[in-house]
Design a protein. Structure first.
Length: 217
């Protein structure tokens, strides 16, 4: 029954049917399926939306609708409570870098970290290096997470990291980069401390960094 419902969720995301996406997500939650598993089905649906966009069947407006539905289900239905609790809290600043307005991946990471006891300041999307520097100086976060989904984003991330260095703040914060535009090689080349491929992985890296911070103090 859950398997069938999971497929309904994938199909309704692919078909951009918001009501069915919300209904099937609620039913899956009631059946005890974790938010993370539901999220994975939604991502599968999004992959199919993307395939339709690539083949010319869907247009930009459809991608916008897909983004709207993801936001809707994430804010109305999903609560990321299935993740391991971590007792050592840390301060995190997050941003999607300049020129990039994709926010869904960043928002999921922010939600997961908040539900795991991290204090998260989300600077939003299209954030210039100056604003990142300003916030790191003001807040002294333990971790800075930069997100990027488009081809120009790795360059923008590198600019942000360079701006931190120029401001003398690079040594005070650990930088994680992630999002579809980034690879571990690109992360290393731009001088980030870590690359993260997804939600669980990002949480794990944050835990590791907090453990290192605790060891340093
Ligand atoms: C929804 C969407 C949009 C929406 C964004 C809505 C919003 N509010 O965020 C809108 C319509 C606005 C949009 C606009 C554009 N988009 Co768009 N978009 C997408 C789409 C379909 C889904 C991306 C998404 O948010 N997925 C939801 C997240 C939760 O899932 P995910 O991406 O798989 O994320 C996982 C991992 O990547 C990772 N992750 C993601 N983010 C982060 C961040 C961190 C920090 C970490 C650690 C991990 C992480 O964890 C997630 C869970 O496992 C993708 C295609 C695709 N299927 O990826 C294209 C895509 C990203 N867009 C693309 C493009 C080209 C654009 C536009 C330039 C289109 C245009 N011609 O105008 C504009 C860009 C405008 C700009 N300046 O940024 C390209 C990018 C290609 C490239 N190399 O540059 C893609 C890949 C589509 C394509 N195949 O061409 N887009």
């Amino acid at each position: 029954m859950e398997k069938k419902l999971g497929q309904v969720l994938v199909d309704s995301m692919r078909d951009l049917d918001e009501l069915r996406v919300l209904q099937s997500s609620v039913e899956l939650v009631s059946a005890g399926v974790s938010s993370y598993e539901i999220f994975e089905r939604l991502i599968e649906g999004l992959r199919q939306v993307d395939a339709r966009y690539e083949s010319g069947e869907y247009f930009i407006a459809d991608l916008i609708m897909a983004g709207h539905i993801m936001k809707s289900v994430m804010t109305k239905v999903l609560v990321f409570h299935g993740f391991e609790e971590f007792s050592s809290f840390g301060r995190v600043v997050m941003a999607t870098v300049r020129g990039d307005i994709h926010e869904l991946g960043k928002n999921v990471i922010a939600d997961v970290l908040r539900h795991n006891g991290f204090e998260v300041t989300d600077l939003g999307t299209d954030v210039p290096p100056e604003r990142i520097v300003e916030e790191v100086r003001a807040q002294s976060p333990n971790i800075l997470i930069l997100s990027g989904m488009i081809a120009s984003s790795p360059v923008r991330m590198a600019e942000s990291i360079a701006a931190l260095r120029d401001a003398g703040l690079r040594g005070q914060v650990r930088v994680i980069v992630g999002g579809a535009a980034v690879t571990s090689e690109a992360a290393e080349a731009m001088g980030a401390d870590a690359y993260s491929a997804g939600v669980k992985d990002c949480l794990k890296v944050c835990h590791e960094f907090m453990a290192l911070t605790a060891g340093e103090s």
